[in-house]
Design a protein around this ligand. Structure first.
Ligand code: NI
Length: 198
């Protein structure tokens, strides 16, 4: 089932989400709906707070990054991403290391805005997968980037919290328009300040 994606300004996006237990009701259904919702919106990651659930769960599918460039080359940061489809439940960042690098991030909750965000190269995450197997893995390149961005969502942090106050001020009008639903978007959204919901 395609779920509406919550837009910038909704308090659920600013809340630190709660861990869940294995008996969380209809978890498999929720995960399936999140994948359907993410694909419909052409995203590479989606966190539960973005569909209005304040729980520590996110999904990723980085395969769009694995598409070769026009000249047939593959970006080294995208190596292995064709199989990077995962579910992360109750994730914990164990370590982040390496140099910080800038990447122009976007977010399904903040359509039409992209900004350069700096994050470390490598991230070690422990988490449960959809079968509730405990995993610990190291991610690099775009895989790390996607995981770091989605992990932020379950902590109530958006990429706009990681840009300079000046840049954020320059975006303030656009951000308030997004909250009001005054933005062109091709997927279903829920806007916190929209007078009449679609
Ligand atoms: Ni996002």
């Amino acid at each position: 089932m395609i779920l509406p994606i919550v837009a910038y300004g909704d308090p659920v996006l600013k809340k630190e989400a709660e861990e869940i237990e294995e008996k969380y009701p209809e978890l498999n259904q929720l995960i399936a709906s999140m994948f359907e919702t993410m694909y419909e919106a052409s995203g590479v990651g989606l966190a539960a707070p973005q569909v209005g659930k304040s729980i520590r769960l996110f999904i990723v599918d980085g395969s769009p990054f694995a598409e070769p460039e026009e000249d047939g080359s593959i970006d080294p940061k995208a190596i292995g991403l064709e199989n990077f489809k995962k579910v992360f439940i109750n994730p914990i960042i164990e370590e982040e290391s390496g140099e910080e690098w800038g990447f122009n991030e976007g977010c399904l909750s903040i359509p039409e805005i992209r900004e350069e965000v700096y994050r470390k190269e490598k991230v070690t995450l422990s988490y449960y997968n959809e079968k509730w197997e405990l995993k610990e893995e190291v991610f690099e390149g775009y895989a790390a980037r996607i995981v770091q961005h989605e992990y932020d969502h379950v902590d109530g942090v958006l990429f706009t919290d990681r840009i300079s106050p000046l840049k954020k001020r320059l975006l303030s009008k656009k951000l308030s328009n997004i909250s009001k639903g005054d933005v062109k978007v091709s997927y279903r959204m829920k806007f916190p300040l929209r007078k009449k919901q679609r």
